[in-house]
Design a protein around this ligand. Structure first.
Ligand code: DGL
Length: 283
C-alpha cells in the first residue's frame, strides 16, 4: 500500500515534500506526467483524460489513495472523475480507492472555514475587505474555481485570479531565478493594477510556483501572507486518514519517482528545492 502523488510535472514535488515530512514512515509513489506537461493551456477534456490515466497508473503501482498535487487537474478533472469514473473503478477493484485534490484544503486554509460551511446569502451588500490574489495556470484561472468556492463561503473576500501562462513550463524546464523574477514581477504588477492596490494575501495556485515561492515573496509587498498548499494539503491528509483507516499508507518509507517523460535527474532548480539529488524512473 502506498500514497500516490500526481502532477503534470515537478510542481507536485512541493506538496510531496511536505507529505513526506508529515508521514515519514509511509510509502509514496510520485508520478510526473512530463510527456504531456504543461496541462495549464489544454482543453478540459484532455486534462480529464490525462488525469484519469495518471491515477490509473498510480493505482496499478499499488496505491489506494492518490493526491492530485496539481491545481489544474484538481480544479478541472477531479469532480468529473469522482462522479463518472471512480464509482465503477471501485466496484471492479477488490481494494478501496480514492482520489483527493488540493483545492479543497487550500480553500479551507484561505477562508478559515471547513469545506461543508456555506455562508448564508444576505440581500444587503457585503463590503469586500480582504483582497486575495490567486496566481495560477490559465486553465485554473478560466475555471474560476477559487472565485466561486471562496465566494460561497466568505462574502467579505474578493478573489482576483492572475493567469501566468509561461511560468509552469519555465519552472519545469529549470529556468534560472534571473529569468523567472521579471516574469513574476510582471504578474504581481498586473494583478495589483487590476485590483487598484496590492493584495492583502495570495495563493500560489499552481504547485510549480511553490518551488520559487521566494520570488513571489520578493515581488509582493513585504510580509504579504501566502497560503501554502503543501501545508494545507498535509494537514487535510492527516484528518482524512484519521477518518478513513481503511486507507493504509504503508510503513517502509518507500519513495519512488516515476515520469512519463525522460527518466533520470531533474533540473538543478528542482534539486535545490528538494535538497538532495532526485532521479526519476520511466513510468
Ligand atoms: N502544477 C500544476 C498546477 O498546480 C500544473 C502546471 C501545468 O501543467 O500547467 O496547476
Amino acid at each position: 500500500m502506498a500514497i500516490g502523488v500526481f502532477d503534470s510535472g515537478v510542481g507536485g514535488l512541493s506538496v510531496h515534500h511536505k507529505l513526506v515530512e508529515r508521514f515519514a514512515a509511509a510509502d509514496f509513489v510520485y508520478l510526473a506526467d512530463q510527456a504531456n506537461t504543461p496541462y495549464g493551456g489544454r482543453p478540459g477534456e484532455e486534462i480529464v483524460a490525462l488525469t484519469r490515466a495518471g491515477c490509473e497508473r498510480l493505482f496499478d503501482e499499488g496505491c489506494d489513495l492518490v493526491v492530485l498535487a496539481c491545481n489544474t487537474a484538481s480544479g478541472i478533472a477531479l469532480r468529473r472523475l469522482q462522479q463518472t469514473w471512480l464509482p465503477g473503478f471501485r466496484r471492479e477493484r477488490s481494494r478501496p480507492a480514492n482520489v483527493l485534490g488540493i483545492i479543497v484544503p487550500t480553500i479551507e486554509a484561505a477562508t478559515g472555514l471547513p469545506w461543508e460551511h456555506e455562508a448564508e446569502r444576505r440581500g444587503d451588500k457585503v463590503e469586500k475587505l480582504d483582497i486575495l490574489a490567486v496566481f495560477s495556470t490559465p486553465a485554473t484561472a478560466a475555471s474560476r474555481v477559487y472565485e466561486i468556492e471562496i465566494d460561497k463561503r466568505r462574502q467579505d473576500v474578493a478573489v482576483f485570479s492572475q493567469p501566468c501562462p509561461e511560468l509552469a513550463p519555465m519552472i519545469e524546464a529549470g529556468a534560472s531565478a534571473g529569468d523567472l523574477a521579471p516574469i513574476i514581477d510582471g504578474h504581481v504588477a498586473a494583478v495589483t493594477q487590476r485590483i487598484g492596490r496590492a493584495p492583502d494575501r495570495a495563493i500560489l495556485g499552481c504547485t510549480h510556483y511553490e518551488i520559487v515561492a521566494e520570488l513571489f515573496r520578493a515581488a509582493l509587498p513585504p510580509g504579504t501572507p501566502l497560503i501554502h498548499q503543501p501545508q494545507a494539503t498535509a494537514d487535510a491528509l492527516v484528518r482524512y486518514l484519521e477518518r478513513h483507516p481503511e486507507y493504509l499508507a504503508g510503513a517502509s518509507g518507500v519513495r519512488r519517482f516515476l515520469t512519463t517523460g525522460k527518466p533520470g535527474a531533474q533540473s538543478s532548480l528542482v534539486e535545490a528545492f528538494w535538497g538532495t539529488p532526485l532521479s526519476f524512473e520511466r513510468a
